[in-house]
Design a protein around this ligand. Structure first.
Ligand SMILES: *Cc1c(COP(=O)(O)O)cnc(C)c1O
Length: 227
């Protein structure tokens, strides 16, 4: 049995240390617990310990958990690859989508977002290392797509997300995150009201925090290895 509550408390401590080492204010980095492929019982245990933000990658699995959770105080973030035939479920059940990589998907989410649900918070997924097999838009495409999405009703463009190449060396880990920071600053300089950099996972959150991450997405370090 993985002791998820203990892991969660430990990660909270480690994030606080990384935030202070990066000379950033306490509480400026939000923890997203990534619960894909993990049972609802584990999610509820972490929720009882005070966690509110949960990240899921698979629409059907996530919608079942959301419906069965019996709680309306949890904030659900979609962080998987989103196909256009699944946008309605995401628009109806999630508060955030981190992985927008096409205008078409954003337009569908905008049209399908229920009027009583409040704006859906969205981030653009950036293929920051230009990897051919990975989803996400290239850095050069970011300003145009960001401006188009910022204009859509019922969506709120919050910022950028990335999944860089896995690097063990902490110095190397900084490089893609620094590029993300620069892209984010560019959007702000162009007048877009963005406040979110979703970057950093179990193995590289400290580097991401150094480069300005405002949301880190941590799965394994809380819930243990996935099948
Ligand atoms: C699975 C996943 C994570 C969590 O990764 P860990 O290494 O388990 O912390 C974060 N972001 C995305 C997009 C993921 O798919």
């Amino acid at each position: 049995m993985i002791r998820v509550t203990e892991n969660f408390r430990k990660i909270q401590e480690l994030l606080a240390i990384a935030t202070s080492e990066a000379k950033r204010p306490p509480g400026s980095v939000r923890l997203l617990s990534v619960s894909k492929k993990k049972p609802l019982a584990a999610i509820l245990e972490v929720a009882d310990a005070g966690q509110r933000d949960f990240g899921e990658n698979f629409v059907q699995e996530a919608v079942e958990k959301i419906k069965n959770s019996g709680r309306d105080d949890l904030i659900w973030h979609f962080i998987g690859h989103l196909q256009s035939n699944k946008t309605r479920d995401v628009a109806e059940h999630f508060q955030w989508v981190h992985t927008i990589d096409r205008l078409k998907i954003a337009k569908r989410l905008s049209a399908q977002r229920p009027h009583d649900a409040g704006d859906l918070n969205v981030c653009l997924e950036v293929n920051i290392d230009d990897e051919p097999q990975k989803s996400g838009i290239s850095p050069g495409e970011v300003p145009k797509l960001a401006a188009e999405i910022a204009a859509l009703p019922r969506l709120k463009l919050r910022g950028l997300m990335c999944l860089p190449i896995i690097e063990a060396d902490p110095e190397q880990q900084l490089i893609p995150f620094a590029k993300m920071r620069a892209l984010h600053e560019k959007l702000r300089a162009e007048g877009l009201d963005v406040d979110t950099l979703s970057m950093g996972m179990s193995a590289d959150y400290a580097a991401a925090i150094k480069e300005g991450a405002t949301i880190v997405r941590v799965g394994t370090a809380i819930f243990g290895k996935r099948e």
